[in-house]
Ligand binder design. Structure first.
Ligand code: UDP
Length: 349
């Protein structure tokens, strides 16, 4: 019998890619999303790629009764992958209570309902943001690295949520969890057929690097500003561990199989990245090389609060989950560009 997985935030960027991988791995998928930052048409993309349309419920997870009704309607749910959250760092500084309510209350509701409805496993989307700027001798950063005080309410919700899950499991709750700490997810599902594409759809002016690069290449933005070139890195620009969203999605499938089907610790933590760092400048140059499209860019001042350099030691996930992110960066950047071209062809932007 196919196992049923609830994917919260399943029409979002990472959620949609993970839903595809779950379906292709043989799971039943139920998506819950309040569509606050994604579009219902994403379900068409998932269906075109996989041949299966996942069940969908437009529910706001802050609403306890509505969330409970999802478990009543789908009594076979065995595991949850919890993506649904607000994720804009700057906005979280402006609207802290909204961030705490969205990101913390949703998790509390799910945790409370899990034992009642016999849901065994929770995969939680956390972030390398919990490590702050690691000391240089701690790079690449492992799961054991000390956490640092969050610099935004968004980052703080990741730290708080990790702690809530740990406390709940320590209290003896009959659930298990795997916490995945993502590095920088980028790219889009690639397909020979443009209708079978899903990707990232930022609202308004993008904050993240890759959508800014693809929009500049498309002429939607005049110029990319590289924030700072006086960092202590080889070319002076910041370094991140950019991971292909499809590779990231596959990590969730491996984690779900482990949490549900194997006799493991009740809570485990994994870094999910490539294990390599690339500078902002390298990203722009690799993009131009892969796509043969020029990107207008200039150096500008540093962005407040930016981490200088971080990349992950992902050997724990490689060995224990049997998973590795190995898609070449140029292919990943090309997939982001194909997605941008589809958005243009569809008249979205
Ligand atoms: N970045 C940039 N220009 C932009 C957006 C981002 O130079 O318009 C840089 C940013 O300073 C950081 C890297 O790209 O060094 C990744 O930024 P992003 O916001 O995508 O991820 P995060 O900072 O959360 O790792």
């Amino acid at each position: 019998m196919k196992q049923t997985i609830l994917v919260t935030g399943g029409t979002g960027f990472i959620g949609s890619h993970t839903s595809v991988e779950l379906i292709e791995a043989g799971y039943n998928v139920v998506i819950v999303d309040n569509l606050s930052n994604s579009k219902i048409e994403v379900l068409d993309g998932i269906e075109k790629i996989t041949g299966t349309r996942p069940a969908f419920e437009q529910v706001d997870l802050r609403d306890f009764e509505a969330t409970k009704n999802v478990f009543l309607k789908y009594p076979d749910i065995e595991g949850i992958i919890h993506f649904a959250a607000s994720k804009a760092v700057g906005e979280s500084v402006q609207e802290p209570l909204m961030y705490y309510r969205n990101n913390v209350v949703s998790l509390l509701n799910l945790l409370e309902l899990m034992p009642q409805y016999n849901v065994k496993g929770l995969i939680f989307s956390s972030s390398c943001t919990v490590y702050g700027q690691p000391n240089p001798e701690n790079l690449p950063v492992t799961e054991e690295a000390p956490h640092q005080k969050a610099t935004s309410p968004y980052g703080n919700t990741k730290e708080i949520n990790e702690q809530i899950i740990l406390d709940y499991i320590h209290s003896g709750a009959n659930i298990k969890s795997i916490v995945l700490r993502y590095f920088n997810p980028i790219g889009a599902h690639s397909s020979a057929h443009p209708s079978a594409l899903i990707g990232e759809l930022p609202n308004g002016v993008p904050n993240n690097l890759i959508p800014y690069v693809t929009q500049t290449a498309m002429g939607i933005r005049k110029e990319l500003t590289i924030f700072g070139n006086d960092y202590n890195t080889p070319d002076g620009t910041c370094i991140r561990d950019y991971i292909y969203v499809v590779d990231l999605a596959k990590a969730h499938v491996a984690a779900m199989a482990r949490v549900l089907d194997q006799d493991t610790d009740k809570i485990e933590y994994f870094n999910i990245g490539t294990g390599h760092g690339n500078s902002t400048l390298e990203i722009v140059e690799t993009f131009e090389h892969a796509t043969k499209v020029k990107v207008n860019w200039k150096y500008g001042p540093r962005r407040e609060g930016d981490i200088e350099k971080i990349w992950g030691d992902c050997s724990k996930a490689n060995s224990i989950l049997g998973w590795k992110a190995d898609t070449p960066l140029s292919d990943v950047l090309l997939s982001a560009w194909k997605w941008q071209e589809k958005l243009r062809a569809d008249g979205v932007m």
